[in-house]
Design a protein around this ligand. Structure first.
Ligand code: ADP
Ligand code: MG
Length: 597
């Protein structure tokens, strides 16, 4: 009899479950609804694919994106699993064929777009053969609080309610906030669900923030050192995407662009050429990537600060999915805050104007993002704690942990700032606080009588930049807080009192010049054997018109190059080589591996 462990090893070729996977599979197999929150790259697909193969009958996977369905189905077929998808990419005739085969019991897993659920033909299918199990991938799409809200996802609950037999429901997402979690449970009507959040840490990702004077030059340098590697450059606006992409092409990079303003055909082409490693750099807005399963992305650069940490972590998390070391670099500039504020006010891309509480929540998230960029604490810890996860103070694998800082005592400056904030009674913004402290003659100062405060001009000899840095630091560490308004007001918090009234010490970290270089991902292009294995893979992939990583991931090829298996049995020991793939492709790789030893 097949069981989960056999499937894991023989079909998918993996020796062990990753953290969280087994518990989720067990809960689903026991018939319990499940909500699994796992970071991008953690391996959610396996958590619904294995149960789908163990339940009797045809299981459904509801998935938002055509490209994602296509790749997952290709990958399953490569592994010898009967799977298919139904979405708008199929012609009416193709869709009819899929439905007919599904009715005949050809498939074990059917991927379907939410918009198809309530169509009559599909309804007929599920009434005659009710699915034992329905998985909802990218489940945050039901929630207005998550990114990528998809109206079609609201059809899921009525669809489930209309089934002759209620299936086991599994919901999967990488978005972890409590708002989204609650929304998913109630909108999908999960029953007494097993809710699990696996660790959000992605130890193989290196996090870095830079504040370059010249972003374009910084990007050029970064990419120059990583020629030939696959990566994404995210920009905030379409215009920036176009500019950056053009510059990269000029500099000889194989770059393509992706944003909502491009023709659908063009978008698809560009995405495909990136998936197939023909283009190495994808320059895109946040429209690109939901459900991108490309496993060999070795860097994700944010050319601008994104709107919140959820987006950032999701986008950055597209790097290093196969577990290889990868880099996540954010280039921060003060103007990014304004651009994001503009985008929040303008509303969603689909033109719907968000309501006020929603906008205020967006401003709050934007501020957290800004704090991340300005923080001198461990970047990983900042992200993990944002998702309510505990984290050690230092990870040793982010730009702040590698930077040496010295702690300087800023107690006196902090007292001045906090005392002025207290006198301004939370009625003004951070700029006016700084202006008052520096004794500016700004018209508003006179208008509001701020020049009559005893703290007016008590920091007149401090530069604006250095004062703003201290205010930011006090904000980031909770001595000051901002209101939720579009133009937030600043106020001293309870944490300020011991500083003001009991002389509690405040220190601030200042970079001390030296910076240890990050442990760069090993340059694998230097390994000729790996290069040859990749060539074999590319040829196999091209012959079938599938992306290379669907054949084997980079991590799998790397392990081959390292362990140099010589026989079919040895090859099966490599992580990612299952029985069907081993049989189908093993010889082609073994040939190269045997030559080598
Ligand atoms: P998610 O949907 O959570 O972002 P995926 O399901 O796309 O992640 O999986 C990411 C990568 O991890 C894939 O390349 C997948 O083959 C690999 N993977 C999943 N589970 C395991 C496992 N148990 N051992 C090794 N690799 C795994
Ligand atoms: Mg996924």
């Amino acid at each position: 009899m097949t069981d989960k462990k056999t499937l894991l090893q023989e079909t998918f070729g993996f020796a062990h479950f990753r953290p969280g996977q087994e518990a989720i599979i067990d809960a689903l197999l026991a018939g319990r609804d499940t909500l699994a929150v796992m970071p991008t790259g953690a391996g959610k697909s396996l958590c619904f694919q294995i149960p789908a193969l163990l339940f009797d009958g045809l299981s459904l996977v509801i998935s938002p994106l055509i490209s994602l369905m296509k790749d997952q189905v290709s990958a399953l077929r490569q592994a010898g699993v009967e799977a298919a998808y139904l979405n708008s990419a199929l012609t009416a005739r193709q869709a009819a064929t899929v439905l007919a085969r599904a009715r005949r019991g050809t498939y074990r897993i059917l991927y379907v777009a939410p918009e198809r659920l309530l169509l009559p033909a599909f309804h007929d299918l599920v009434c005659t053969s009710p699915p034992p199990f329905v998985a909802v991938d990218e489940a945050h799409c039901v929630s207005q609080w998550g990114q990528d809200f998809r109206p079609g996802y609201l059809d899921i609950a009525p669809f489930i309610a209309g089934l002759p037999r209620r299936p086991v429901l599994g919901a999967f997402t990488a978005t972890a906030t409590a708002d989204v979690r609650d929304d998913v449970i109630s909108l999908l009507q999960l029953r007494d669900p097993f809710v699990t959040t696996t660790g959000f840490d992605r130890p193989n990702l290196f996090f870095e923030v830079r504040r370059p004077r010249d972003r374009a030059a910084e990007l050029r340098r970064f990419l120059e050192e990583r020629r030939g590697k696959s990566g994404i450059v995210y920009c905030l606006t379409r215009k920036t995407v176009e500019e950056v992409c053009a510059r990269l092409i000029e500099a000889g990079h194989k770059a393509v662009a992706y944003h909502g303003g491009l023709e659908a055909d063009r978008r698809r082409q560009n995405q495909e050429s990136f998936q197939k490693d023909e283009a190495t750099v994808m320059v895109a807005t946040n429209a690109f990537g939901m459900g991108i399963d490309k496993s060999n992305i070795s860097f994700v650069i944010h050319y601008n600060m994104p709107k919140n940490i959820e987006s950032y972590y999701q986008e950055a998390g597209r790097a290093g999915r196969d577990g290889s070391r990868a880099e996540c670099l954010l280039l921060y500039g003060g103007r990014d805050v304004l651009t994001n504020q503009f985008l929040i006010e303008k509303g969603q891309d689909d033109g719907s104007a968000p309501n006020r509480p929603f906008r205020n929540a967006e401003y709050r998230r934007l501020r957290q993002m800004t704090f991340y960029c300005k923080s001198r604490d461990c970047l990983r810890a900042r992200i993990l704690r944002y998702f309510d996860e505990e984290a050690p103070d230092r990870c040793g694998n982010c730009s702040n942990c590698l930077q040496e800082f010295k702690e300087v005592d800023i107690t006196v400056e902090a007292q001045k700032i906090l005392s002025c904030a207290l006198r301004m009674k939370g009625r003004f913004g951070a700029k006016l606080l700084a202006d008052t402290l520096r004794g500016s003659k700004n018209a508003k100062i006179g208008e509001y009588g701020l020049d009559s405060l005893s703290t007016y001009a008590i920091m007149a000899d401090e530069s604006d930049a250095s004062l703003r840095e201290k205010i930011d630091d006090l904000l980031a560490r909770g001595y000051l807080a901002l209101s939720d308004d579009a133009y937030p007001l600043v106020a001293a918090t309870a944490k300020a009192r011991p500083v003001l009234f009991r002389g509690e010490k405040v220190t601030m970290k200042v970079p001390s010049g030296t910076r240890k270089g990050p442990a760069r991902p090993a340059g694998d292009d230097a390994d000729p054997l790996l290069g040859r294995l990749k060539k074999v893979r590319k040829a196999l992939a091209d012959r079938q018109g599938v992306p290379a990583f669907v054949i084997f991931s980079d991590a799998t090829l790397r392990q081959m190059a390292e362990k140099r298996p010589q026989s079919g049995d040895e090859l099966l020991q490599i992580s990612g080589v299952g029985q069907v793939k081993g049989k189908q492709y093993g010889e082609a790789f073994l040939e190269v591996l045997r030559e080598e030893s």
